[in-house]
Design a binder for this molecule. Sequence first.
Ligand SMILES: *[C@@H]1O[C@H](CO)[C@@H](O)[C@H](O)[C@H]1NC(C)=O
Ligand SMILES: *[C@@H]1O[C@H](CO)[C@@H](O)[C@H](O)[C@H]1NC(C)=O
Ligand SMILES: *[C@@H]1O[C@H](CO)[C@@H](O)[C@H](O)[C@H]1NC(C)=O
Ligand SMILES: *[C@@H]1O[C@H](CO)[C@@H](O)[C@H](O)[C@H]1NC(C)=O
Ligand SMILES: *[C@@H]1O[C@H](CO)[C@@H](O)[C@H](O)[C@H]1NC(C)=O
Ligand SMILES: *[C@@H]1O[C@H](CO)[C@@H](O)[C@H](O)[C@H]1NC(C)=O
Ligand SMILES: *[C@@H]1O[C@H](CO)[C@@H](O)[C@H](O)[C@H]1NC(C)=O
Length: 384
Amino acid sequence: MLGLKLAGLVALVGGAVAQLRENEPWPFDVTTISAPDGSVTAKFVSFGATMVELWLKDSSGQSLDVIPSYDDPSQLLDDPAHPVFNAIVGRYANRIKNGTFSIPPTRDPPANGTNVYHIPTNDHDGQDTLHGGIYGWDRRNWTLVAKNETSVTYHHLDAADEGFPGNVSVYVTHTVANGQLRSQAHATATQKTPIMLTQHVYWNLDGFRTNTSNWNTSNVLDYTLHVESARYLETDSNGVPTGPILEVYDTPLDFRTPTKIGARWDQAVDVCGPGCQGYDNCWIYDQPLGEKPGVSLWSSWSGIKVDITSDTPATQVYTANYLSTPRKAVHGGPTLTYNPHSAVAIEQEGWIAAINNPEWGIDQIYEPGKDFSWSVTYRFSNVY
Ligand SMILES: *[C@@H]1O[C@H](CO)[C@@H](O)[C@H](O)[C@H]1NC(C)=O
Ligand SMILES: *[C@@H]1O[C@H](CO)[C@@H](O)[C@H](O)[C@H]1NC(C)=O
Ligand SMILES: *[C@@H]1O[C@H](CO)[C@@H](O)[C@H](O)[C@H]1NC(C)=O
Ligand SMILES: *[C@@H]1O[C@H](CO)[C@@H](O)[C@H](O)[C@H]1NC(C)=O
Ligand SMILES: *[C@@H]1O[C@H](CO)[C@@H](O)[C@H](O)[C@H]1NC(C)=O
Ligand SMILES: *[C@@H]1O[C@H](CO)[C@@H](O)[C@H](O)[C@H]1NC(C)=O
Ligand SMILES: *[C@@H]1O[C@H](CO)[C@@H](O)[C@H](O)[C@H]1NC(C)=O
């Protein structure tokens, strides 16, 4: 009887907390979707169509929230660190050299050229644009257009924002099913414009648990990573592609067989920039993925595994090399912080900077009658 009462009290307290969160005003209004079997529960806010919690079950059946975020989702707008926690990123993800491109694409277009566009530069002291500008899609007030128990759809009208040409109307739907989460996007443009979207989910498959003595849940170096790719894009010291497409053989970027992220950590210096240890690289998938996962990641401590399929030709893996943000309370915050390498972002996207590398022959220009679409499916399982 006492046990029952306690359980009721806990449920009530839990409910009250959830109520508070659900009552956040737009655009930080929280929508919760859950798989019918309870295996996946995800929470989203309208702002950036952003995921703020993702609850999965570990091998012992305990639920863990496996993504970093904020307890106060308005930090998504205000945090100067701007880690882009789990948002939809656009109109053009990743880096654009000097914030400059032309239509049709040319290499290093002159500032005074025709059909040359400039986007505010917000990365590396103004040397490039990262994730769509200062106010990219991750920092915009999207509108909730539909929701039910398992699905939520948001809309955003990007009206030539940040200097991109023309308007882009984009819908994003997040759906859960038993053991999976799927996010998909569809966008239409009013004139020729580059579009290259991603979803910037950071993973800590141990739910940042702190009460373990035999496993370091503070970093992802012991996670096993598998990437179906033999090629990656060469980048300069700012992470901007220079043109060459390199092979992973005999490099610390070879994850064609499942390998621990930290297995070649000593060699992973200068890989993400001068003096930077870790990964922030774009791998080109060997072939269109179809139903085959392009990336798999698992923790042999929690037992949680994610297999990622997508219609994108590439993936960026970023080991959160500069992360430094107070944690959510569920992860021991705000006393504890999300530190470098405590999570890994895995981003399904196009060839990065293809709009400045015309020799690759990758078409990322959309226009009326030529819509953009994108999707990713995360399948969850336990490895033991
Ligand atoms: C960078 O872009 C600015 C315009 O935003 C232009 O004035 C400048 O010449 C460009 N720099 C280079 C090196 O192309
Ligand atoms: C554009 O700028 C370049 C480099 O500054 C210069 O050489 C060229 O004459 C300019 N072209 C026009 C049409 O102004
Ligand atoms: C987006 O929402 C924030 C928070 O409510 C608000 O401060 C801002 O003005 C809104 N932006 C636009 C463009 O409506
Ligand atoms: C929820 O919405 C999604 C997307 O519109 C739809 O596919 C699904 O059938 C809906 N589910 C229920 C239970 O109504
Ligand atoms: C772009 O969006 C703005 C703001 O809603 C609107 O005024 C304008 O008419 C739109 N342009 C086109 C070509 O649809
Ligand atoms: C470890 O922490 C989790 C989550 O905070 C808790 O549910 C679990 O009971 C703890 N385990 C131990 C052994 O203290
Ligand atoms: C755990 O990982 C963090 C972050 O990489 C590191 O600072 C810390 O020293 C590690 N702790 C142990 C016990 O290895």
